[in-house]
Design a protein around this ligand. Structure first.
Ligand SMILES: Cc1cc2nc3c(=O)[nH]c(=O)nc-3n(C[C@H](O)[C@H](O)[C@H](O)COP(=O)(O)OP(=O)(O)OC[C@H]3O[C@@H](n4cnc5c(N)ncnc54)[C@H](O)[C@@H]3O)c2cc1C
Length: 449
């Protein structure tokens, strides 16, 4: 048996983790390893084939949810500094737990910590009024319904959210909604009762960040058509799914507006803060699972190449070493971002969040790819979790904003904040060096810089 999860918390994070969180972390590890991972095959079987995949809620999921609740493993994602409705942990403490949840495809939902509900619950808890919270947040926190966040559109480049075209027009006491959305994750689930929709209420506003609004739409409102579910490298992600949806004269009461007209950008920025590192936290767990499969394969005595197990070939040990090193480094980036959010808020941690968002999926993909390679053909098949993990993590380089957008912001921030100081400092150091050379009787060096 390996060391417990709490004993493996990096020393740098230890001072920020309560005893209660450590106990819960160990429970999460045990729940994931002993209940969730073995249940994955049953989940797949109960989901079945064809159209049934979109109408079934595998019974094993409800059994896992019951067990998780009894263990107190429920809603750990809502950080205690910012919300009262959660389980009372910090972002850092949840980050450590989310790593274990990320090892299993069923663990996040089993503990009510699954995307996109987590981000949606944060929106409702942070920006919703009392009536909206009662109608939607309460059943989401209770795991009774699910939800989707509809921002991305098929006809525009959605990584620049100012491009959004979806029309929200007020008529009397109602808003009338028209437009198309796609990649609406979670919309395939029959329990998905709420769409949180971003659109434009004021397309001619000279401030392009004040044109958008966010509105709550019950998924069974007349005029909504779910056309199809998009696949991810061929996987349908049922029963969750990624919907392509159109709205034709869909009417909702004005009371469904969140925060007020023109506040949409503010809301999506708030939503994508901690939610972005939830993905990164879980991704560390996915990479850890890949390392476990890698080690198991390279020590499989039945499968030797050229007379030796794979672990006796030097390059393979190098893969294990590099994977360990890279995942440990990536974990520190994630935990650092979580600590920064805990100490302030997501806005004060934009740099650290972007670092985690970019680095962690890239690192995990490299690690998963090594494990796939070590398995040979089996690695790309359904006989290991690796192929699906790779597809899942690959999407994170695009979802919640592509890498390039985060890198551009990171680069601009680093460059702008340092360019003047760095230039002046290097000039001063050069002049100082020349003075020292002259004082010590040497000729100043010839340099054109
Ligand atoms: C599995 C999955 C789940 C998703 N779930 C949801 C969801 O629940 N709700 C939702 O609303 N959306 C969701 N999305 C959509 C996701 O948010 C968008 O795909 C993302 O914002 C990018 O938008 P786009 O696809 O329109 O790409 P585009 O905006 O067209 O960008 C295409 C490419 O252009 C490049 N690019 C963009 N900007 C720059 C730049 N500044 N510099 C250099 N290159 C750049 C990037 O490489 C980018 O990938 C999901 C996507 C996936 C894959």
């Amino acid at each position: 048996m390996s060391a417990s999860a709490s004993s493996k918390i990096p020393p740098i994070a230890q001072p920020f983790v309560s005893e209660r969180a450590k106990k819960t972390l160990d429970l999460v590890e045990e729940f994931v390893e002993k209940e969730c991972i073995p249940a994955e095959a049953v989940f797949r079987e109960q989901l079945g084939e064809g159209q049934q995949r979109w109408t079934t809620n595998p019974a094993i999921m409800e059994e896992l949810k019951d067990k998780a609740r009894k263990l107190g493993l429920w809603n750990m994602f809502l950080p205690k500094n910012h919300f009262s409705q959660g389980a009372g942990f910090s972002n850092l403490e949840y980050g450590l737990m989310a790593e274990y949840l990320g090892k299993s495809g069923v663990a996040p939902e089993a503990t009510n910590n699954a995307a996109p509900d987590t981000g949606n619950m944060e929106v409702l808890a942070k920006y919703g009024n009392d009536a909206q919270k009662q109608q939607w947040l309460a059943p989401l926190l209770d795991g009774k319904i699910r939800s989707a966040f509809l921002m991305t559109e098929p006809d525009i480049a959605s990584s620049d959210a100012t491009n959004i075209q979806f029309d929200i027009r007020r008529e009397g006491n109602e808003y009338v909604l028209n437009g198309s959305k796609w990649w609406s994750s979670g919309a395939g689930d029959p329990r998905c009762k709420l769409y949180i929709v971003m659109g434009k209420t004021d397309a001619s506003n000279p401030d392009k960040y004040k044109q958008q609004s966010v509105i709550l739409v019950p998924s069974d409102t007349p005029g909504i058509t779910v056309h199809r579910m998009l696949t991810v490298y061929g996987y349908d992600d049922a029963p969750h799914g990624h919907g392509h949806i159109t709205f034709k004269n869909v009417r909702v009461p004005v009371s469904n507006m969140v925060l007020g007209e023109g506040r949409g950008f503010e809301i999506i920025q708030g939503r994508l803060g901690p939610g972005r590192i939830h993905h990164a936290m879980r991704t560390i767990g996915a990479a850890e699972r890949a390392i476990e499969w890698l080690i198991a394969r390279v020590n499989d005595e039945r499968k030797k190449t050229f007379g030796k197990p794979l672990s006796s070939h030097g390059v393979i040990l190098e893969w294990i070493a590099k994977s360990r090193l890279e995942v440990d480094a990536a974990r520190l980036i994630v935990l650092n971002a979580a600590i920064k959010i805990d100490n302030g808020d997501a806005k004060s941690a934009l740099k650290e969040i972007a670092q985690a968002k970019v680095l962690v999926p890239q690192t995990a993909l490299t690690v998963i790819d090594r494990a796939i390679q070590a398995f040979g053909a089996a690695g790309v098949s359904q006989d290991t979790p690796l192929a699906y993990l790779w597809a899942l993590i690959r999407t994170l380089r695009i979802a919640d904003g592509p890498d390039e957008v985060h890198l551009q912001q990171l680069g601009r921030r680093e460059n702008n904040s340092r360019k003047q100081f760095v230039g002046a400092k290097l000039k001063w150091q050069k002049e100082q060096s020349e003075r020292l050379l002259t004082a010590k009787g040497f000729k100043p060096r010839i340099s054109h810089l």
